[in-house]
Every structure is written in structure tokens, then in C-alpha cells.
Ligand binder design. Sequence first.
Ligand SMILES: [Zn+2]
Length: 114
Amino acid sequence: MRTCLECETKLVGREDKKFCNDSCRNSYNNKINKDSNNLMRNTNNQLRKNYRILCLLNEDGKTKILTSKLLQQGFDFQLFTSIYQTKSGTTYYFVYDQGYMNIDHEYCLLVIRK
Ligand SMILES: [Zn+2]
């Protein structure tokens, strides 16, 4: 038995019908958009936070820093806007123009893209 994706009322009629009416279709789609908007908002907030942290800790434009200091501030290493890999194989992660690379397990080098 097919039911409406929004209100779970039994559906009659066309085989490919997913909703009983436009209002069910609209509220279902609004909910989906709202979820993805929340995800986007949270992601953007964390990116902004990451950016603020890098700016704050990298006053000189090039700073060696304990990775744990970034974590303490709430830095999320999963979120960045671009990656740059040098010929020698070093990977820089950027949040806009602020970036970092892992020196070793303990230290990061913070840089700014010119
Ligand atoms: Zn419905």
C-alpha cells in the first residue's frame, strides 16, 4: 500500500503519486529544505569560527603552534575551504586565506595565503 510521504494517508490513483495534495508536497519539501539549511548554517558558523581562531592565533602571518591550542579554541579540522599541496608533498588546509599544515603530531604551522 502506498501512503503519502507527508501525512501517511493511503494514496489512490497514479502509480507515481507520492503525496495526497500540493499542501502535503509543500510541507514535506519545506522540511527537507529546512534540514539542509540547518546543516549549511551550522557548517558556515563553524567555518567562521575556524577562521576567527586562525586569525587570532596567527598574528604574525606565520606561527608554529601546538595543535592542542587549536582544539582548545574549538577548531574543527574537518572543515576548510581549500587544500593546497606543495611539490614536496606538504598539504596546507585553508579556511579562506588563513591556512595551516601539520608539522608533526604535536605542532601546526599557521600561514596566510598571499
Ligand atoms: Zn498527505
